[in-house]
Design a protein around this ligand. Structure first.
Ligand code: NAD
Ligand code: WQD
Length: 339
Protein backbone atom coordinates (compact mmCIF):
# COMPACT_ATOMS: atom_id res chain seq x y z
CA UNK A 1 0.00 0.00 0.00
CA UNK A 2 1.62 3.20 -1.18
CA UNK A 3 1.45 6.97 -0.95
CA UNK A 4 0.80 8.07 -4.52
CA UNK A 5 0.92 11.66 -5.77
CA UNK A 6 -1.66 12.50 -8.42
CA UNK A 7 -0.65 15.67 -10.27
CA UNK A 8 -3.84 17.10 -11.75
CA UNK A 9 -5.55 14.90 -9.17
CA UNK A 10 -8.73 16.94 -8.83
CA UNK A 11 -9.40 16.75 -12.58
CA UNK A 12 -11.79 14.40 -14.32
CA UNK A 13 -9.66 11.26 -14.62
CA UNK A 14 -7.59 12.03 -11.50
CA UNK A 15 -10.66 12.15 -9.24
CA UNK A 16 -11.94 8.79 -10.47
CA UNK A 17 -8.49 7.25 -10.09
CA UNK A 18 -8.28 8.61 -6.53
CA UNK A 19 -11.50 6.73 -5.70
CA UNK A 20 -10.06 3.45 -7.01
CA UNK A 21 -6.73 3.97 -5.24
CA UNK A 22 -8.49 4.59 -1.92
CA UNK A 23 -10.70 1.55 -2.45
CA UNK A 24 -7.55 -0.51 -3.16
CA UNK A 25 -5.97 0.61 0.14
CA UNK A 26 -3.53 3.18 -1.28
CA UNK A 27 -3.22 6.81 -0.14
CA UNK A 28 -3.62 9.23 -3.04
CA UNK A 29 -2.50 12.84 -2.53
CA UNK A 30 -4.06 15.22 -5.04
CA UNK A 31 -1.89 18.10 -6.26
CA UNK A 32 -3.50 20.66 -8.54
CA UNK A 33 -3.45 24.35 -9.45
CA UNK A 34 -7.22 24.20 -10.18
CA UNK A 35 -6.82 25.75 -13.64
CA UNK A 36 -9.42 23.24 -14.86
CA UNK A 37 -10.93 21.72 -11.72
CA UNK A 38 -12.45 22.42 -8.34
CA UNK A 39 -11.15 21.63 -4.85
CA UNK A 40 -14.73 20.65 -4.00
CA UNK A 41 -14.09 17.31 -5.65
CA UNK A 42 -12.34 16.15 -2.44
CA UNK A 43 -15.62 16.18 -0.46
CA UNK A 44 -17.30 14.21 -3.23
CA UNK A 45 -14.53 11.61 -3.09
CA UNK A 46 -15.09 11.43 0.67
CA UNK A 47 -18.82 10.88 0.11
CA UNK A 48 -18.01 7.94 -2.16
CA UNK A 49 -15.16 6.32 -0.22
CA UNK A 50 -15.47 7.58 3.36
CA UNK A 51 -11.94 9.00 3.08
CA UNK A 52 -11.19 12.69 2.56
CA UNK A 53 -8.07 12.78 0.36
CA UNK A 54 -5.37 15.37 1.00
CA UNK A 55 -5.40 18.13 -1.61
CA UNK A 56 -2.40 20.38 -2.19
CA UNK A 57 -2.78 23.55 -4.24
CA UNK A 58 0.39 23.81 -6.30
CA UNK A 59 1.64 24.23 -9.83
CA UNK A 60 3.77 21.34 -11.11
CA UNK A 61 6.11 23.93 -12.60
CA UNK A 62 7.24 24.79 -9.05
CA UNK A 63 9.97 22.16 -8.88
CA UNK A 64 11.28 23.15 -5.46
CA UNK A 65 7.86 22.97 -3.79
CA UNK A 66 7.08 19.74 -5.62
CA UNK A 67 10.32 18.16 -4.40
CA UNK A 68 9.39 19.06 -0.83
CA UNK A 69 5.98 17.43 -1.22
CA UNK A 70 7.54 14.24 -2.56
CA UNK A 71 9.81 14.08 0.47
CA UNK A 72 7.41 15.10 3.22
CA UNK A 73 4.54 12.93 1.97
CA UNK A 74 6.85 9.89 1.47
CA UNK A 75 5.65 9.46 -2.10
CA UNK A 76 6.47 6.15 -3.80
CA UNK A 77 4.86 6.78 -7.19
CA UNK A 78 3.49 9.67 -9.22
CA UNK A 79 0.59 9.56 -11.62
CA UNK A 80 1.15 12.59 -13.82
CA UNK A 81 -2.26 13.75 -15.03
CA UNK A 82 -1.61 17.53 -14.93
CA UNK A 83 -1.81 18.96 -18.43
CA UNK A 84 -3.84 21.26 -20.62
CA UNK A 85 -5.87 19.13 -23.02
CA UNK A 86 -7.97 21.13 -25.48
CA UNK A 87 -6.82 20.49 -29.04
CA UNK A 88 -8.27 23.71 -30.55
CA UNK A 89 -6.92 25.88 -27.74
CA UNK A 90 -3.48 24.34 -28.24
CA UNK A 91 -3.44 25.63 -31.81
CA UNK A 92 -4.28 29.14 -30.52
CA UNK A 93 -1.90 29.03 -27.54
CA UNK A 94 0.98 26.69 -28.38
CA UNK A 95 3.36 28.35 -25.92
CA UNK A 96 0.98 27.76 -23.02
CA UNK A 97 0.69 24.09 -23.99
CA UNK A 98 4.42 23.45 -24.41
CA UNK A 99 5.14 25.37 -21.22
CA UNK A 100 2.54 23.63 -19.09
CA UNK A 101 2.73 20.11 -20.48
CA UNK A 102 6.36 19.72 -21.53
CA UNK A 103 8.04 21.94 -18.93
CA UNK A 104 5.62 20.51 -16.36
CA UNK A 105 6.85 17.00 -17.15
CA UNK A 106 10.50 18.14 -16.93
CA UNK A 107 9.71 19.63 -13.53
CA UNK A 108 8.06 16.42 -12.30
CA UNK A 109 11.03 14.31 -13.44
CA UNK A 110 13.50 16.75 -11.89
CA UNK A 111 11.64 16.71 -8.56
CA UNK A 112 11.49 12.90 -8.66
CA UNK A 113 15.25 12.68 -9.13
CA UNK A 114 15.90 15.15 -6.31
CA UNK A 115 13.54 13.34 -3.94
CA UNK A 116 14.48 9.79 -4.98
CA UNK A 117 11.07 8.78 -6.35
CA UNK A 118 11.39 6.07 -9.01
CA UNK A 119 7.91 5.29 -10.37
CA UNK A 120 5.85 7.41 -12.77
CA UNK A 121 2.61 6.71 -14.61
CA UNK A 122 1.98 9.14 -17.48
CA UNK A 123 -1.41 10.14 -18.90
CA UNK A 124 -0.68 9.72 -22.58
CA UNK A 125 -3.23 9.63 -25.35
CA UNK A 126 -4.27 7.91 -28.54
CA UNK A 127 -3.50 11.27 -30.12
CA UNK A 128 0.17 10.12 -30.32
CA UNK A 129 -0.80 7.76 -33.17
CA UNK A 130 -1.33 10.83 -35.39
CA UNK A 131 -3.52 10.79 -38.47
CA UNK A 132 -1.75 8.14 -40.53
CA UNK A 133 -2.26 5.22 -38.16
CA UNK A 134 -4.48 2.37 -39.29
CA UNK A 135 -6.78 0.99 -36.56
CA UNK A 136 -6.68 -1.04 -34.43
CA UNK A 137 -3.79 1.02 -33.04
CA UNK A 138 -0.92 -1.02 -31.64
CA UNK A 139 1.58 0.37 -29.16
CA UNK A 140 4.50 -0.20 -31.53
CA UNK A 141 3.01 2.06 -34.24
CA UNK A 142 5.07 5.12 -35.20
CA UNK A 143 4.19 8.25 -33.24
CA UNK A 144 3.25 11.65 -34.67
CA UNK A 145 0.97 14.57 -33.93
CA UNK A 146 -1.30 16.90 -35.84
CA UNK A 147 -1.57 19.73 -33.30
CA UNK A 148 0.46 21.24 -30.43
CA UNK A 149 -1.49 19.32 -27.76
CA UNK A 150 -0.71 16.01 -29.45
CA UNK A 151 2.88 17.11 -29.95
CA UNK A 152 3.23 17.74 -26.20
CA UNK A 153 2.10 14.17 -25.50
CA UNK A 154 4.62 12.77 -28.01
CA UNK A 155 7.31 14.90 -26.36
CA UNK A 156 6.29 14.01 -22.79
CA UNK A 157 6.58 10.32 -23.66
CA UNK A 158 9.96 10.81 -25.37
CA UNK A 159 11.38 12.80 -22.46
CA UNK A 160 10.42 10.06 -20.00
CA UNK A 161 11.93 7.34 -22.20
CA UNK A 162 15.18 9.32 -22.51
CA UNK A 163 15.40 10.01 -18.78
CA UNK A 164 14.78 6.32 -18.05
CA UNK A 165 17.81 5.41 -20.18
CA UNK A 166 20.00 7.67 -18.06
CA UNK A 167 18.42 6.89 -14.68
CA UNK A 168 18.56 3.12 -14.40
CA UNK A 169 16.22 2.98 -11.40
CA UNK A 170 13.40 4.98 -13.04
CA UNK A 171 10.34 2.89 -14.01
CA UNK A 172 7.50 4.31 -16.07
CA UNK A 173 4.09 3.30 -17.37
CA UNK A 174 2.73 5.24 -20.35
CA UNK A 175 -1.03 4.83 -20.53
CA UNK A 176 -2.47 5.84 -23.90
CA UNK A 177 -6.10 6.63 -23.23
CA UNK A 178 -8.59 6.49 -26.06
CA UNK A 179 -11.80 8.52 -25.49
CA UNK A 180 -12.64 8.66 -21.76
CA UNK A 181 -16.35 9.28 -21.04
CA UNK A 182 -18.94 8.62 -18.34
CA UNK A 183 -18.79 9.28 -14.63
CA UNK A 184 -18.80 7.51 -11.28
CA UNK A 185 -22.16 5.68 -11.09
CA UNK A 186 -23.00 7.64 -7.90
CA UNK A 187 -23.27 10.82 -9.97
CA UNK A 188 -21.01 12.56 -7.44
CA UNK A 189 -17.97 13.08 -9.68
CA UNK A 190 -17.77 13.59 -13.42
CA UNK A 191 -16.56 15.92 -16.15
CA UNK A 192 -17.72 19.50 -16.56
CA UNK A 193 -15.54 21.32 -19.08
CA UNK A 194 -15.30 25.09 -18.85
CA UNK A 195 -16.82 26.94 -21.80
CA UNK A 196 -18.03 25.24 -24.96
CA UNK A 197 -17.13 21.52 -24.86
CA UNK A 198 -14.67 20.34 -27.52
CA UNK A 199 -15.48 16.68 -27.09
CA UNK A 200 -18.52 14.77 -28.23
CA UNK A 201 -19.80 13.32 -24.98
CA UNK A 202 -19.72 16.49 -22.82
CA UNK A 203 -21.45 18.30 -25.69
CA UNK A 204 -24.19 15.66 -25.84
CA UNK A 205 -24.58 15.89 -22.06
CA UNK A 206 -24.99 19.66 -22.20
CA UNK A 207 -27.60 19.43 -24.96
CA UNK A 208 -29.45 16.88 -22.82
CA UNK A 209 -29.75 19.29 -19.87
CA UNK A 210 -30.55 22.30 -22.07
CA UNK A 211 -27.23 24.15 -21.69
CA UNK A 212 -26.66 23.88 -25.47
CA UNK A 213 -29.27 23.93 -28.18
CA UNK A 214 -28.03 21.30 -30.61
CA UNK A 215 -25.05 19.14 -31.45
CA UNK A 216 -23.19 19.52 -34.73
CA UNK A 217 -22.24 16.12 -36.12
CA UNK A 218 -18.91 16.76 -37.85
CA UNK A 219 -19.24 14.91 -41.16
CA UNK A 220 -21.40 12.02 -42.36
CA UNK A 221 -19.36 10.98 -45.38
CA UNK A 222 -16.62 8.98 -43.66
CA UNK A 223 -16.06 5.34 -44.67
CA UNK A 224 -17.77 4.00 -41.51
CA UNK A 225 -21.02 2.10 -40.83
CA UNK A 226 -23.21 5.25 -40.92
CA UNK A 227 -20.74 7.80 -42.33
CA UNK A 228 -19.94 9.50 -39.00
CA UNK A 229 -16.58 9.30 -37.26
CA UNK A 230 -15.88 6.30 -35.06
CA UNK A 231 -13.89 6.28 -31.84
CA UNK A 232 -13.06 4.00 -28.93
CA UNK A 233 -15.00 5.39 -25.95
CA UNK A 234 -13.88 4.01 -22.59
CA UNK A 235 -15.80 4.41 -19.34
CA UNK A 236 -13.77 6.50 -16.89
CA UNK A 237 -14.35 3.78 -14.25
CA UNK A 238 -12.55 1.24 -16.42
CA UNK A 239 -9.84 3.78 -17.17
CA UNK A 240 -9.35 4.59 -13.49
CA UNK A 241 -9.05 0.90 -12.62
CA UNK A 242 -6.38 0.60 -15.31
CA UNK A 243 -4.25 3.12 -13.38
CA UNK A 244 -4.39 1.05 -10.21
CA UNK A 245 -3.24 -2.02 -12.15
CA UNK A 246 -0.45 -0.02 -13.82
CA UNK A 247 0.91 1.49 -10.63
CA UNK A 248 0.73 -1.90 -8.88
CA UNK A 249 2.74 -3.47 -11.70
CA UNK A 250 5.44 -0.83 -11.34
CA UNK A 251 5.54 -1.01 -7.55
CA UNK A 252 5.89 -4.81 -7.77
CA UNK A 253 9.29 -4.21 -9.41
CA UNK A 254 8.43 -4.87 -13.06
CA UNK A 255 9.99 -3.14 -16.05
CA UNK A 256 8.61 -0.01 -17.69
CA UNK A 257 5.80 -0.42 -20.20
CA UNK A 258 3.48 1.43 -22.58
CA UNK A 259 -0.12 0.32 -23.13
CA UNK A 260 -3.35 1.42 -24.74
CA UNK A 261 -6.38 1.78 -22.50
CA UNK A 262 -9.41 1.35 -24.74
CA UNK A 263 -12.15 -1.16 -25.41
CA UNK A 264 -11.09 -2.07 -28.94
CA UNK A 265 -14.68 -1.43 -30.08
CA UNK A 266 -15.38 1.51 -32.41
CA UNK A 267 -18.62 3.48 -31.93
CA UNK A 268 -19.88 6.11 -34.37
CA UNK A 269 -21.18 9.57 -33.46
CA UNK A 270 -24.75 8.62 -34.41
CA UNK A 271 -24.54 5.39 -32.41
CA UNK A 272 -23.41 7.40 -29.40
CA UNK A 273 -26.25 9.89 -29.79
CA UNK A 274 -28.80 7.07 -29.97
CA UNK A 275 -27.30 5.25 -26.97
CA UNK A 276 -27.45 8.48 -24.95
CA UNK A 277 -31.06 9.09 -25.96
CA UNK A 278 -31.98 5.59 -24.82
CA UNK A 279 -30.15 5.91 -21.52
CA UNK A 280 -31.43 9.39 -20.65
CA UNK A 281 -34.89 9.47 -22.22
CA UNK A 282 -33.89 12.88 -23.68
CA UNK A 283 -33.83 13.83 -27.34
CA UNK A 284 -30.45 15.08 -28.52
CA UNK A 285 -31.12 17.67 -31.22
CA UNK A 286 -28.40 17.41 -33.85
CA UNK A 287 -27.50 18.63 -37.32
CA UNK A 288 -25.02 17.26 -39.82
CA UNK A 289 -22.18 19.78 -40.21
CA UNK A 290 -18.97 19.79 -42.28
CA UNK A 291 -16.03 17.64 -41.17
CA UNK A 292 -13.90 19.14 -38.39
CA UNK A 293 -10.33 19.99 -39.44
CA UNK A 294 -7.83 17.38 -38.27
CA UNK A 295 -10.43 14.63 -37.68
CA UNK A 296 -9.97 11.13 -39.04
CA UNK A 297 -12.63 8.53 -39.84
CA UNK A 298 -11.71 5.86 -37.36
CA UNK A 299 -9.57 5.46 -34.24
CA UNK A 300 -9.72 2.47 -31.90
CA UNK A 301 -7.33 0.52 -29.75
CA UNK A 302 -5.75 -2.84 -30.03
CA UNK A 303 -6.39 -3.74 -26.35
CA UNK A 304 -4.34 -6.96 -26.32
CA UNK A 305 -1.14 -5.69 -24.71
CA UNK A 306 -3.08 -4.20 -21.77
CA UNK A 307 -4.77 -7.57 -21.34
CA UNK A 308 -1.43 -9.37 -21.45
CA UNK A 309 0.54 -7.05 -19.13
CA UNK A 310 -2.16 -5.84 -16.75
CA UNK A 311 -4.93 -8.40 -17.21
CA UNK A 312 -6.97 -5.31 -18.10
CA UNK A 313 -10.23 -5.66 -19.98
CA UNK A 314 -13.09 -3.19 -19.90
CA UNK A 315 -16.27 -3.99 -17.99
CA UNK A 316 -18.59 -1.08 -18.81
CA UNK A 317 -20.73 -0.93 -21.98
CA UNK A 318 -21.63 2.09 -24.11
CA UNK A 319 -25.02 2.10 -22.39
CA UNK A 320 -23.31 2.23 -18.98
CA UNK A 321 -21.20 5.17 -20.20
CA UNK A 322 -24.31 7.07 -21.27
CA UNK A 323 -26.33 6.20 -18.16
CA UNK A 324 -23.58 7.34 -15.79
CA UNK A 325 -22.82 10.48 -17.79
CA UNK A 326 -26.52 11.34 -17.63
CA UNK A 327 -26.80 10.72 -13.87
CA UNK A 328 -23.83 13.02 -13.28
CA UNK A 329 -24.92 15.74 -15.71
CA UNK A 330 -28.57 15.80 -14.66
CA UNK A 331 -27.65 16.04 -10.95
CA UNK A 332 -24.83 18.57 -11.51
CA UNK A 333 -25.87 20.66 -14.53
CA UNK A 334 -23.24 23.26 -13.59
CA UNK A 335 -20.56 20.82 -12.49
CA UNK A 336 -19.18 21.43 -8.98
CA UNK A 337 -20.31 25.06 -8.96
CA UNK A 338 -23.41 24.29 -6.89
CA UNK A 339 -21.65 21.82 -4.58
P1 NAD B 1 -8.65 17.66 -16.52
O1 NAD B 1 -8.42 19.00 -17.12
O2 NAD B 1 -9.97 17.38 -15.90
O3 NAD B 1 -7.52 17.33 -15.46
C1 NAD B 1 -6.22 17.87 -15.55
C2 NAD B 1 -5.93 18.52 -14.21
O4 NAD B 1 -4.61 19.07 -14.22
C3 NAD B 1 -6.87 19.68 -13.90
O5 NAD B 1 -7.41 19.48 -12.60
C4 NAD B 1 -5.97 20.92 -13.95
O6 NAD B 1 -6.42 21.93 -13.05
C5 NAD B 1 -4.63 20.33 -13.57
N1 NAD B 1 -3.46 21.05 -14.07
C6 NAD B 1 -3.19 21.46 -15.33
N2 NAD B 1 -2.00 22.08 -15.38
C7 NAD B 1 -1.49 22.05 -14.12
C8 NAD B 1 -0.28 22.53 -13.53
N3 NAD B 1 0.63 23.18 -14.25
N4 NAD B 1 -0.08 22.32 -12.22
C9 NAD B 1 -1.01 21.67 -11.47
N5 NAD B 1 -2.17 21.21 -11.96
C10 NAD B 1 -2.40 21.41 -13.29
O7 NAD B 1 -8.34 16.58 -17.67
P2 NAD B 1 -8.50 15.00 -17.66
O8 NAD B 1 -9.47 14.65 -18.72
O9 NAD B 1 -8.67 14.49 -16.29
O10 NAD B 1 -7.07 14.60 -18.22
C11 NAD B 1 -6.03 14.14 -17.40
C12 NAD B 1 -4.84 13.78 -18.27
O11 NAD B 1 -5.24 12.79 -19.21
C13 NAD B 1 -4.26 14.92 -19.09
O12 NAD B 1 -2.86 14.78 -19.09
C14 NAD B 1 -4.82 14.70 -20.46
O13 NAD B 1 -3.98 15.23 -21.46
C15 NAD B 1 -4.86 13.19 -20.52
N6 NAD B 1 -5.83 12.66 -21.48
C16 NAD B 1 -7.14 13.04 -21.39
C17 NAD B 1 -8.05 12.56 -22.32
C18 NAD B 1 -9.48 13.01 -22.28
O14 NAD B 1 -10.14 12.96 -23.32
N7 NAD B 1 -10.03 13.42 -21.14
C19 NAD B 1 -7.63 11.68 -23.32
C20 NAD B 1 -6.30 11.29 -23.36
C21 NAD B 1 -5.40 11.80 -22.43
C1 WQD C 1 -15.18 12.27 -31.18
C2 WQD C 1 -16.01 12.17 -32.46
C3 WQD C 1 -15.81 14.11 -33.86
C4 WQD C 1 -17.73 16.94 -31.13
C5 WQD C 1 -10.02 14.22 -28.75
C6 WQD C 1 -8.57 14.59 -28.81
C7 WQD C 1 -7.73 13.48 -28.31
C8 WQD C 1 -8.20 12.99 -26.93
C9 WQD C 1 -9.66 12.78 -26.86
C10 WQD C 1 -6.87 13.92 -25.18
C11 WQD C 1 -15.27 12.69 -33.70
C12 WQD C 1 -17.22 13.97 -33.35
C13 WQD C 1 -17.19 15.79 -31.70
C14 WQD C 1 -18.91 17.50 -31.69
C15 WQD C 1 -18.93 15.74 -33.32
N1 WQD C 1 -7.91 13.90 -25.88
N2 WQD C 1 -17.78 15.20 -32.78
N3 WQD C 1 -19.46 16.86 -32.76
O1 WQD C 1 -11.36 14.02 -31.59
O2 WQD C 1 -11.49 11.55 -31.01
O3 WQD C 1 -10.23 13.08 -29.57
O4 WQD C 1 -10.35 13.89 -27.40
O5 WQD C 1 -5.83 13.34 -25.35
O6 WQD C 1 -6.43 13.95 -28.26
O7 WQD C 1 -8.22 14.88 -30.16
O8 WQD C 1 -12.69 13.19 -29.56
O9 WQD C 1 -14.83 13.76 -28.53
O10 WQD C 1 -13.62 15.53 -29.87
O11 WQD C 1 -14.65 13.59 -31.05
O12 WQD C 1 -19.49 15.21 -34.30
O13 WQD C 1 -19.41 18.54 -31.23
O14 WQD C 1 -17.14 13.03 -32.30
O15 WQD C 1 -15.80 14.57 -35.20
O16 WQD C 1 -15.68 11.87 -34.78
P1 WQD C 1 -11.43 12.97 -30.57
P2 WQD C 1 -13.97 14.10 -29.68
Amino acid sequence: MANILLTGGTGYIGAHTAVFLIESGHTPILLDNFCNSSPKVAQRIEQITGVLPKVIEMDVLDTTALTEVLKTEHIEAIIHFAALKAVGESVEKPLAYYQNNVTGTLSVLDAMQRAGVHHIVLSSSATVYGEKGVPPMREDAPLSATNPYGQTKVMMEQIIRDVAVAQKDLRYAMLRYFNPVGAHPSGLIGEHPRGIPNNLMPYIQQVAVGLRERLSVFGNDYPTADGTGERDYIHVMDLARGHVLAVARLLAGNDSFTVNLGTGQPVTVLQMIHAFEQASGQTIAHTIAPRRAGDVASVYADPNLAKQLLNFTTEYSVNDMCRDAWVWQSRNPNGYEDA
